[in-house]
Design a protein around this ligand. Structure first.
Ligand code: HEC
Length: 189
């Protein structure tokens, strides 16, 4: 190709480029794109920071060890009406639908003579210390999944404290109240 031919080719590219640019500019003028006044999707962000939107975290039952010293065992005895269909709390009481509960505080789990425990409870391990009773009585099936104790639970921390204060009295010798160290360990502080 001679020099003139190359120039023609170059000119052709130039013209093509210019036409393209004019075309784009023209399209811009003919089809004006309007800015959106608002976001098409409005995302609600509640006031008060991001925490407000976070789902509630299930922290488990509230600690009650610190409440035991001043808990009301008489109120606990009244609450025990919820249990007596299945449990006897007295000394020498027999097993019913549920095991006898005399001396239950600090006794190993699942050891009442002659009671047929669920596998879940029998194999759970540990003693019925105050903290374990708190967890169990708040929601039995949440603490021991598979237990055959059909009881929804005592939602109010004060009720559980009173109930446990009553259980503590239903014993040959009431167990010691929780120490400061145990109270601190339970509330995780
Ligand atoms: C509908 C019957 C029923 C009711 C109501 C009930 N329980 Fe129970 N409870 C049971 C059964 C059954 C078991 C044995 C669970 C297993 O083997 O999984 C049990 C087990 C227990 C244990 C463990 C005993 C052990 O020897 O390890 C405790 C403590 C207890 N119940 C306390 C209570 C208290 C306190 C209440 C009332 C607030 C209550 N229960 C209400 C049926 C009941």
């Amino acid at each position: 190709m001679d020099e003139l031919g190359l120039n023609k080719l170059f000119a052709a590219f130039l013209v093509a480029g210019l036409l393209l640019m004019t075309g784009i500019k023209l399209a811009d003028v003919l089809v004006p794109h309007s800015e959106l006044q608002q976001n098409a999707y409005v995302i609600e962000v509640p006031e008060g920071g991001s925490d407000a939107a976070a789902p509630p975290v299930d922290k488990g039952p509230e600690p009650i060890l610190a409440m035991l010293a001043s808990a009301d065992a008489v109120a606990g005895e009244k609450l025990a009406k919820k249990c007596v269909a299945c449990h006897v709390f007295d000394s020498g009481g027999a097993n019913k639908v549920g095991p006898a509960l005399w001396n239950i505080v600090n006794t190993d789990k699942g050891v009442a003579d002659g009671f047929a425990y669920s596998k879940a409870l029998a194999e759970f391990g540990g003693a019925w210390d105050y903290a374990a009773l708190n967890l169990f009585l708040a929601k039995p099936k949440a603490y021991i999944s598979g237990t055959k104790m059909n009881f929804a639970g005592l939602k109010k921390p004060q009720d559980r404290a009173n109930m446990i204060a009553y259980l503590r009295q239903q014993a040959d010798a009431p167990a010691a109240l929780p120490s400061e160290t145990e109270i601190a360990a339970e509330s995780g502080s």
